[in-house]
Write a protein that binds this ligand. Structure first.
Ligand code: MTE
Length: 306
């Protein structure tokens, strides 16, 4: 039998061509389950000039090597356990210093006709990286909808707490709910998105369904998954990893090869998908997004504000 594998997928163009091909001939090559998944979903996002032209990781890599402690601390635990999460219905409470606080559906925040494709590098604080073709909307468009009041200076995000479905939450590995935050200007930067899909499919549970943050110039832990609350406030909010160990994880968490983690170097990282022994790369300041974001930190000492 002919074997088609998600790991065969390379650039997005090929992915789209494959989709057409599979739509035409999937039954003939006897892959109904995979073909069904591809045909049934069909989320699309407009291409964006903010996307990298680097080749994305495969769907298999992106959905089988995850950090999502609500489902366990192992890299394969989220893929194994996250199917238990009910993601529909879902609502996001938007609270605090906004003109139109309330409970919003995912569809209200990220309507189909507003979706964009953003192919971004993702650099984890643990010194590995991937390239992910996200589908989503600028966070700025969501904030415009709810009307941010002038006194707001920060945005706080919270993940769902539901230990009966999120097995990792049955233990106090972290102080649940997982929390993150951004300065308002970081939140408004065009690179910052709320993602609801990847590779033209609704967000897989292990990647943070149904809606998660993506901030590509910061370490991955800032990109909080499965968001149920967005709160606008005046003071810098608490973020989970800083709360756990402030000497190792800060509020800013900008990717910075010059500021090492106390227990490892941040100068290079392992490229996921390039084999066990190959594939180290030099880490770029702001994960290579300095042109778009360096000005946000003008005059700040980034070794203090790590
Ligand atoms: N969000 C929640 N709620 N819980 C988590 O454990 N892990 C973070 C971030 N968002 C995490 C989270 C970390 S450390 C990383 S590197 C990214 O999610 C990983 O995203 P990915 O699994 O989609 O690659």
């Amino acid at each position: 039998m002919m074997k088609l594998n998600w790991s065969d997928v390379t650039p997005h163009k090929i992915f789209l061509d494959r989709r057409k091909f599979m739509a035409a001939g999937a039954a003939a090559v006897a892959l109904p389950a995979l073909a069904g998944r591809v045909q049934a979903q069909g989320m699309t996002g407009r291409p964006s000039p903010l996307s990298t032209d680097q080749t994305p990781n495969t769907f298999e890599e992106i959905t089988n090597y995850n950090n999502f402690y609500e489902f366990g601390t192992g890299k394969e635990d989220p893929a194994r356990n996250a199917a238990a999460l009910t993601t529909d219905p879902w609502s996001v409470e938007i609270t605090g210093l906004v003109d139109r606080p309330g409970s919003y559906g995912v569809e209200d925040l990220a309507p189909d006709n507003a979706l964009e494709e953003r192919i971004y590098r993702l650099r984890c604080v643990e010194a590995w990286s991937m390239v992910v073709p996200w589908i989503g909307v600028p966070l700025a468009s969501v904030l415009a909808k709810v009307g941010v009041q002038p006194s707001a200076k920060f945005v706080e995000f919270e993940t769902l707490v539901r230990p009966e479905e999120m097995v990792g939450q049955q233990r106090a590995i972290l102080d649940w709910p997982y929390r993150e935050g951004l300065r308002l200007d970081e939140a408004m930067n065009p690179l910052t998105i709320l993602a609801t899909g990847l590779y033209d499919q609704p967000m897989p549970n292990q990647n943070g369904a149904p809606i998660r943050l993506v901030v590509p110039w910061k370490y991955g832990f800032k990109s909080i998954k499965s968001i149920v609350r967005i709160n606008l406030l005046e003071q810098e909010p608490v973020n989970t990893w800083k709360q756990l160990q402030a000497s190792e994880y800060g509020f800013y968490a900008n990717v910075n090869p010059q500021v090492d983690h106390p227990r490892w170097s941040q100068a290079t990282h392992r490229v996921i998908g390039s084999g066990l022994f190959g594939g180290r790369e030099e880490t770029q300041m702001f994960n290579g997004y300095g042109d778009q974001v360096a000005s946000l930190y003008a005059g700040m000492d980034l070794s203090v504000n790590y």
